[in-house]
Design a protein around this ligand. Structure first.
Ligand code: SDX
Length: 405
């Protein structure tokens, strides 16, 4: 075994969680953590949030440029044509979301896997096929999540319309009626803000899987599995639960200080790259002011602002500031969206980035195959069963179950 990869624990320097490690070159987005800036192919997120649409942003991420007017019109038509789902997928969603009441991200993960079984070109390994799958999956994810949201309430799915934008159609399929244009715009901005974010955990998972030249569905399923985790996409749902638990703005400071004393991570704060405000949090905060006023839910905004105040006072000097999840939940809850759908909606947005990065990986691929520093025993021998004894101490925190005698 080559010496440098056999070591005693801690003997060899490496970046845990690959912190600061560069995975590949990319043209898709740049996260300036020191200055709290985010750019999609060089365009500041603030400009895209103000002027763009999710469809245009998806085009930008896929093709590394903004579309011309006819190109955007045709791209929107392509997304519209892929919106509907096979009946079997609707039926699965109804059974899974209703009978087992399983985690919506688990239902989403399985539904995307099922999509591949009904897609004749899912296994085709050509660039046009991968590009088509990227558009298909991105378009269908909104339909799947809307169907999950309705099935959790025992409601039949609402089939997609072709005359609404991606964001407006998502709200239509979720609530069963065409949305107020203001809320359609808010949803469009939420999708734009969450569409891509450099080499985050779920995008990294997507490109690692893609680098084996597997199909696009498998890559997206990997991204969904990663985004489901509370340290990543699952935080927005937990922020809302935190706000509901605190209940009143006046109770926020004491609640946060108690949690910090218990070394608890406060959801919606901190970031591996941002060491100042997440620019998306600023934009979502501004929308939260208007949306909570319209919905009469200002209390949640006040609680979130009170938490922000004490967190920045206490941990700002450590680079802990609000991230995208702090206000996104306040906005979505005020729009009547169930907390359980917050992370699936994050996926509805991020699938644009996942598929764009997967295509970038496919175009200029090198199989991801990093290495471990081996810190196990250098040489052991097999011991006959009759000579084995139970160890005084287990080598890992896992304890094999003993048969109840
Ligand atoms: C997203 O990567 C991306 O781009 C992700 C994302 C995207 O768009 O894809 O931006 C989306 O995932 C946003 C993050 C959502 N997650 C949360 O809000 C969960 C709460 N946040 C933390 O778990 C944490 O901040 C992470 C996971 C987001 C980042 O953690 P790191 O970089 O691994 O930092 P760390 O855990 O090593 O913390 C460093 C220090 C520690 O204190 P010390 O041990 O040094 O004393 O900061 C503290 C941590 O305890 N800290 C926090 C904290 N986050 C970090 N303390 C309290 N509350 C927090 N939220």
């Amino acid at each position: 075994m080559s010496k440098k990869l056999v070591a005693k624990p801690g003997e060899v320097e490496f970046a845990k969680g690959m912190e600061g490690v560069i995975a590949r070159e990319s043209t898709k987005s740049y996260v300036d953590g020191e200055n709290g800036k985010l750019y999609y192919h060089g365009i500041p997120i603030e400009e895209l949030a103000e002027h763009s649409t999710y469809e245009e942003t998806f085009f930008l991420l896929l093709y590394d440029r903004l579309p011309t007017e006819p190109e955007l019109a045709f791209f929107k038509e392509r997304m519209v044509q892929y919106r509907d789902l096979p009946d079997d997928v609707y039926e699965f969603i109804a059974r899974a979301a209703r009978r087992f009441n399983s985690h919506p991200m688990a239902v989403l993960r399985t539904a995307v896997s099922m999509l591949a079984l009904f897609d004749e070109s899912a296994e085709e390994d050509s660039l046009p096929a991968h590009e088509r799958e990227a558009i298909k999956i991105t378009s269908k994810l909104a339909t799947i999540v809307a169907a999950i949201g309705r099935a959790r309430k025992g409601l039949e799915p609402v089939r997609p319309r072709s005359d609404l934008s991606h964001a407006a159609n998502f709200l239509y399929m979720l609530f069963g009626e065409a949305p107020d244009p203001y809320y359609a715009r808010v949803m469009d901005v939420i999708l734009i803000l969450h569409a891509d974010h450099g080499c985050n955990a779920s995008t990294f998972a997507t490109i690692v899987v893609k680098s084996t030249l597997t199909d696009m569905h498998s890559s997206v399923v990997a991204g969904i599995g990663s985004l489901k985790g509370p340290l990543h996409g699952g935080a927005n749902e937990r922020v809302m639960k935190m706000l509901q638990e605190i209940g009143e703005p006046e109770r926020a400071e004491a609640w946060v200080l108690r949690a910090l004393e218990r070394k608890q991570k406060i959801m919606g704060f901190g970031h591996r790259v941002y060491k100042t405000y997440d620019p998306r949090a600023r934009i979502l905060h501004d929308y939260a002011v208007e949306v909570t006023k319209r919905a009469g839910t200002e209390k949640y905004l006040k609680i979130a602002e009170a938490i922000e105040k004490v967190m920045v006072e206490r941990l700002g000097q450590k680079g802990i500031f609000p991230n995208v999840d702090l206000y996104s939940g306040v906005v979505m809850a005020s729009m009547g969206i169930d907390t359980a759908l917050f992370t699936p909606i994050f996926a509805v947005a991020r699938v644009a980035g996942w598929t764009a990065h997967a295509l970038e990986q496919r175009i200029d691929n090198r199989l991801f195959r990093p290495r471990f520093v081996y810190v196990g025993p250098e040489l052991e021998h097999w011991v006959p069963l009759e000579e084995r004894k139970e160890p005084e101490q287990e080598p890992t925190p896992l304890k094999p179950l003993k048969k109840e005698l």
